[in-house]
Structures are given as structure tokens and as C-alpha cells.
Design a protein around this ligand. Structure first.
Ligand SMILES: Nc1ncnc2c1ncn2[C@@H]1O[C@H](COP(=O)(O)OP(=O)(O)OP(=O)(O)O)[C@@H](O)[C@H]1O
Length: 394
């Protein structure tokens, strides 16, 4: 104590403690992919993102992949291989393990096991780095529900490579600007939503005839925001419980799309099916049977609508942040008014027939023409007829 300065003695002290810790103590942290069976653990995702580029020299199994929009082959470590990361002089050993699924719900589950870790600094470092990496992410994803009966509540992803942007969209300029401004405002309003006690989400209803660009607009929104898209087909949802499960499994910063919302109940088709399937169809009691069946279908329809309202308003909205939900319909008049009220569908966008402005955008996109002597004639004609942008494009 008399001869050694404090800095020097504490340096050796620390080194000695580290040495002892290395020999005698080993801490294992387990990071499950799902925290309670439903919610994805953000740390798991962050760790996966940060560790993927690290290929240790002694690994003998490496996955290679050439993703769509990329020019370089990407490498990643196979399951059950260890990856070593060094942080502030500490070696951290990560292992991605596949647990045998306790039940089918968690068949994608896995654990990252960390040895010798520094909770206070290393984990925040991983979270920060993963945020930076995901900002740089180039490819968007389109998620659809798995058609496999066993894991029908898991989302399968494909690369979303839709070229539609707000520039290529045939739409009145003011309307485009309104949508872009609305999206921008939504992104900046995290604190506002918190302050007023509302979930940070925005609902859009796109309505209009077939081929007026509803899907193209959704793709343009995804490209503009750089958000992944979840395409939810209501016909593949088996009741409220299933719906809740699949919605909770969606990620933040995403667009949930429910197309053709007016077709979801298929009441007419189902009553027709019920009629043909009925053994009483040719019997004197058929009228009574039909009435009962129709009543059941009516109740079913109410329950489905109720479930839909429930999820737009309740659980879904509180289970994530920065969500956009887009409903599309060709028949706005057929929708339940409760579904249209503000707070559920914040912005109603009418996708209408082609205007001169839209025509000019399409002419420029398809033919590279920005001025033409026939434009004045086109202007007159386009006011007289109803033609969709899809027809003009064709
Ligand atoms: N507003 C538009 N701007 C640019 N292209 C459009 C537009 N509307 C339609 N198209 C063209 O027509 C095709 C079909 O359009 P899209 O699928 O977006 O229409 P939709 O309204 O979603 O149709 P549906 O209701 O049948 O799903 C697109 O691939 C695109 O090429």
C-alpha cells in the first residue's frame, strides 16, 4: 500500500479477480425466443442479428445464402455451433440451441446460451448494435400465415420485392402528398400517442373498384416506410383465439393488411353450402331447418365482426408499437359502420378511376412520355368514361 499507487494496485486486483472468475465462476444466461409462449423476446432477435455476421475461424459448419437484392453471399453460423464474441476484453461464448419443442406451438423455439457475460454493458451494447443493423436492413419481407395445419399460427416470410413507389403510383398528387405526410406525422408521434394514452398505430381503409391500385398503394407505403408487410387472410383464421395468437406474433414497424374485408364472412356462400348439405332439404321440415341454419350463420357473422372489432381496438393495438393496419374493400357500403368509426380506421382513402393526372403518370412510367399532343383529347375522354389505372396500364 505504501509503495504502489492505487491505480496500479486496483489494476492487478481486477486482473486477479477476473482470473479467479474465469476459473471458478461461470454464468449461463438463457435467452428464450418467446418469453411467455406468445411474445417474442426482443433480446433474442437482437442477439441473432448481431451474431450472424460473426464467423469464428474454427467453425466447421457454415450456412451460406445469396439473398435476393444482395450481390454478396452471406454467411451465418449453423445451429448448435458456438460463436465467440470479445467485448471489453471479456470472452463471451454464445450458442444457438434448438430445444425439442415442448408442444407444437413453440416448434421454432431456441435458446442462446451466454457464458461469462457482462449484463450491465454487453447486453445494452447488443441491443444498440442490433438497432443500427436493422436500420441498415435492405430487404423487406412479406409474411403470410403458414398453410401447414401443424404450425398454422406461424408466419412464413418471403422477400417483398414490389417495385411500386409513390412516384410510380397513378394517383392525384394532393392525395399522395396527404398520405405521405400522414405517414411521416405518424412516425414522429411516439410521445404524442403515449401522452394521450393511445396505442401507436394507424388504421387505413382503402376502398374502390378492382384494379384501382389498392395493393400497389400498400406496396408503396411499405417501400416508403421500410416496413415489413403481414398479409392476413381472414378466411384462414380459426376464431378469436387463433387471431390473437397470430397478431401477437407480428413485429413492430410493420403493416398488417386485411384485404377484401367485406368478403370475410362469405355469408351467402356458406348458407348455400348449408342448404345443399342439409339432409332436410327435400323434407317438409326444410323451412324450419333453413331458418335455424340462417340464424346460426347470422350469429357466427356477428361473432366474427365482433372479433374483428375486438382486435383492431383491443389486444392487437396494445401489443405492439408503430403499427399500420390497412383494410381494403371493393364495397365500403357493405362494411359494418362500427368498423369505420374514427380510431379504428383513421384514414379513409378512395381509390378511384383514372384521372388525367394518373394517366400522365402511367404514360410516363410505361412509355417515358411526359407531353403529347393527344393529352388534351385524353383529358376529355377520361372525364367521360370510367377506366381503372389497371386497364390503362394494360
Ligand atoms: N393507381 C395505380 N398506379 C399504378 N399502377 C396501377 C394503379 N392501379 C392499378 N395499377 C396497375 O394495375 C395492376 C393491378 O393493380 P392493384 O392490384 O394494385 O389493384 P387493386 O385495387 O389492389 O385490385 P384488387 O382490388 O383486384 O386487388 C397493378 O399491378 C398495377 O400495374
Amino acid at each position: 500500500r505504501q509503495y504502489l499507487p492505487d491505480e496500479v494496485s486496483s489494476y492487478f486486483d481486477q486482473k486477479f479477480k477476473n482470473f479467479i472468475a474465469r476459473i471458478y465462476s461461470e454464468l449461463t444466461l438463457v435467452i428464450e425466443e418467446y418469453d411467455d409462449g406468445l411474445n417474442r423476446n426482443k433480446l433474442f432477435k437482437a442477439a441473432k442479428l448481431c451474431l450472424e455476421p460473426k464467423i469464428p475461424p474454427n467453425v466447421n459448419r457454415i450456412k451460406i445464402n445469396l439473398p435476393k437484392k444482395e450481390s454478396e453471399v452471406s454467411l451465418s453460423v449453423e445451429k448448435n455451433q458456438a460463436v465467440v464474441d470479445v467485448f471489453n476484453g471479456v470472452r463471451l461464448k454464445w450458442k444457438f440451441e434448438l430445444k425439442p419443442a415442448p408442444d407444437q406451438e413453440l416448434c421454432n423455439n431456441g435458446n442462446y446460451i451466454i457464458k461469462e457475460t457482462v449484463l450491465g454493458t454487453y447486453i445494452p451494447h447488443i441491443l444498440k448494435k442490433s438497432k443500427e443493423l436493422s436500420k441498415k436492413k435492405k430487404t423487406l419481407k412479406l409474411f403470410t400465415l403458414s398453410s401447414n395445419r401443424i404450425n398454422h399460427d406461424t408466419w412464413q416470410s418471403a422477400i417483398l420485392d414490389h417495385p411500386s413507389t409513390f412516384d410510380t403510383l397513378a394517383m392525384v398528387t394532393d392525395m399522395k402528398k396527404m398520405i405521405m405526410d400522414d405517414l411521416e406525422r405518424f412516425l414522429k408521434r411516439k410521445d404524442y400517442y403515449r401522452r394521450v394514452g393511445k396505442a401507436w398505430k394507424r388504421g387505413y381503409l382503402l376502398f374502390g373498384p378492382l384494379g384501382t391500385g389498392k395493393s400497389s398503394l400498400i406496396a408503396a407505403m411499405a417501400n416508403y416506410l421500410h416496413f415489413d408487410v403481414y398479409d392476413l387472410e381472414l378466411s384462414s383464421v380459426e376464431g378469436n383465439k387463433h387471431l390473437r395468437k397470430v397478431l401477437i406474433a407480428t413485429e413492430n414497424k410493420s403493416i398488417l393488411v386485411v384485404e377484401d374485408i367485406d368478403c370475410c364472412t362469405e355469408l351467402q356462400d356458406r348458407s348455400a353450402q348449408a342448404r345443399t348439405a342439409s339432409p332436410y332439404w327435400h323434407s317438409p321440415r326444410r323451412d324450419l331447418m333453413l331458418q335455424i341454419r340462417n340464424l346460426i350463420l347470422f350469429v357466427e357473422r356477428i361473432l366474427e365482426t365482433f372479433g374483428l372489432l375486438n382486435f383492431t381496438n383491443g389486444l392487437w393495438s396494445s401489443s405492439g408499437d408503430e403499427r399500420i393496419i390497412v383494410f381494403t374493400t371493393n364495397h365500403k357500403d357493405r362494411l359494418d359502420p362500427a368498423l369505420l368509426r374514427p380510431g379504428r380506421m383513421d384514414v379513409h382513402i378512395h381509390m378511384s378511376y383514372c384521372t388525367l393526372c394518373g394517366f400522365k403518370i402511367l404514360a410516363s412510367n410505361y412509355l417515358g412520355i411526359t407531353e403529347h399532343p393527344l393529352f388534351s383529347e385524353v383529358e376529355e375522354l377520361i372525364e367521360q368514361t370510367k377506366v381503372t389505372p389497371a386497364e390503362v396500364a394494360e
